[in-house]
Design a protein around this ligand. Structure first.
Ligand code: ZN
Length: 328
C-alpha cells in the first residue's frame, strides 16, 4: 500500500487505524497573536496542553488525526512537530488556503491578478507553493502535506474562493493527494464545489465536503454523495445553531439509507483556537477531542448504526481517501 505522509514521516495507509478526518491542533491568527500575546501565554504550556489533550484522544483508540490547518488558520509546522514527538498519534497535515472571500493580500498582485496588466495567462503562484509543500515539505521542516484544503462558505463562489479552489484542484492534479473543502451546506455550496472541481478534472471521490453534518437535509446529502463526494460529518460538539441529536440523527439516517461508505466523522476541535473567547468556550462543553468516543458512538449504536458501519466511517473511508495517491 502507498504511504501517507505524517508529521513524523510516511505511514502505510493500513496503519492509519481509527482516523478523525478534521481536527486542528492549533487555530491561530499569527499577527494578532504576535502583537497581543497575553491570551496565548507560554509556548511551552500550550505545547504541553496539546500533548495532554491528544494523549487523551489516543487513549480512546484513535490512531490518526487529519489536521486541515493551512494559510489563513495559522499553520506553523515546527510547533506541530514538537507536539507530534510527544504523542502516540499520527498527525497528517495539509496545504492550501482558507478564505470565505478574498485571497490573502500576499497573493493580490501576483499570478492571475496580473493578467489584465500584462495581457497574458500568468500562472497562479499558489499552485507551485502547494505542490512544493506536498512533494518537498513545508518551510524547510521536511514535513510533507498529505492533502489539500480550501473553503467556501455563505458568501458563495467569490473571486478569491474560486481562485483558491482552482489552485487546489491544479495542485491535486499534479500530485494526486486528496482534497478537503470547508463547505456551508445550508446554502448548498457543495454543488458549486462540484461544478468547479469537475471543470478542473478532479475525481470527486477524492474530495471530502467538510461540515456536511451541519445540515439535516438528507436528500441534499444523498445528492452530493451520489456525485461521489465523501461527506464530512465533522463538527460534533459545535452545538450552537444545532443540537447533539440533530448532528447524530443525520448520520443515523444516512447510514440507514446506505451511505456509511461515504461519511467520515470528526469534531473540528482544537487544543487552542484564538477565534473563540475563553468564556464562549464554556457554552460548548462537548467541543473536544473525545466527544465522539464518549457520546456520539454510543448514541449511534443505540440508534441502529452497526459496528461495521462505524469501522467503515472511522477506518475504511479515511484509508481509502489517502490511497490512490499519484493517480490524480
Ligand atoms: Zn476546521
Amino acid at each position: 500500500m502507498p504511504p501517507v505522509q505524517t508529521v513524523r514521516g510516511p505511514v502505510d495507509t493500513a496503519e492509519l487505524g481509527q482516523t478523525l478526518m478534521h481536527e486542528h491542533v492549533f487555530v491561530l491568527t499569527p499577527d494578532v497573536q504576535q502583537n497581543y500575546p497575553e491570551e496565548w501565554g507560554s509556548e511551552d504550556q500550550r505545547v504541553a496542553d496539546a500533548v495532554e489533550k491528544l494523549t487523551a484522544l489516543a487513549a480512546t483508540g484513535v490512531r490518526s488525526i487529519v489536521d486541515p490547518t493551512v494559510v489563513g488558520l495559522g499553520r506553523y509546522i515546527p510547533r506541530i512537530q514538537r507536539v507530534a514527538e510527544q504523542v502516540d498519534l499520527n498527525i497528517v497535515v495539509a496545504t492550501g488556503c482558507y478564505t470565505y472571500e478574498d485571497v490573502p493580500f500576499f497573493f493580490h498582485h501576483r499570478g492571475p491578478a496580473l493578467n489584465a496588466a500584462f495581457g497574458t495567462d500568468v500562472p497562479d503562484p499558489m499552485v507551485d507553493l502547494f505542490v512544493r509543500d506536498i512533494t518537498e515539505g513545508i518551510a524547510g521542516t521536511g514535513v510533507r502535506a498529505a492533502f489539500l484544503k480550501c473553503a467556501i462558505d455563505a458568501p458563495g463562489l467569490t473571486g478569491g474562493v474560486e481562485r483558491v479552489m482552482r489552485a487546489v484542484a491544479k495542485a491535486h492534479r499534479r500530485t494526486g493527494v486528496p482534497i478537503t473543502v470547508h463547505t456551508h451546506p445550508g446554502t448548498r455550496t457543495g454543488l458549486l464545489v462540484k461544478r468547479v472541481l469537475t471543470e478542473e478534472g478532479v475525481d470527486l471521490r477524492r474530495v471530502v465536503l467538510g461540515h456536511s453534518g451541519d445540515t439535516t437535509d438528507a436528500d441534499h446529502l444523498c445528492e452530493l454523495a451520489d456525485a461521489g463526494f465523501l461527506l464530512g460529518m465533522d463538527r460534533f460538539g459545535i452545538n450552537l445553531a444545532t443540537t447533539f441529536e440533530a448532528r447524530a440523527d443525520i448520520v443515523v439516517e444516512m447510514c440507514r439509507r446506505g451511505y456509511a461508505e461515504q461519511m467520515v466523522l470528526s469534531q473540528d476541535a482544537a487544543c487552542y483556537i484564538d477565534w473563540v473567547a475563553p468564556d464562549v468556550m464554556a457554552f460548548l462543553p462537548q467541543w473536544h477531542y473525545t466527544h465522539i468516543h464518549e457520546d456520539v458512538l454510543p448514541y449511534l449504536r443505540e440508534h441502529g448504526v452497526t459496528e461495521e458501519q462505524i469501522e467503515t466511517m472511522l477506518v475504511g473511508n479515511p484509508r481509502r481517501y489517502f490511497e490512490n495517491v499519484g493517480t490524480g
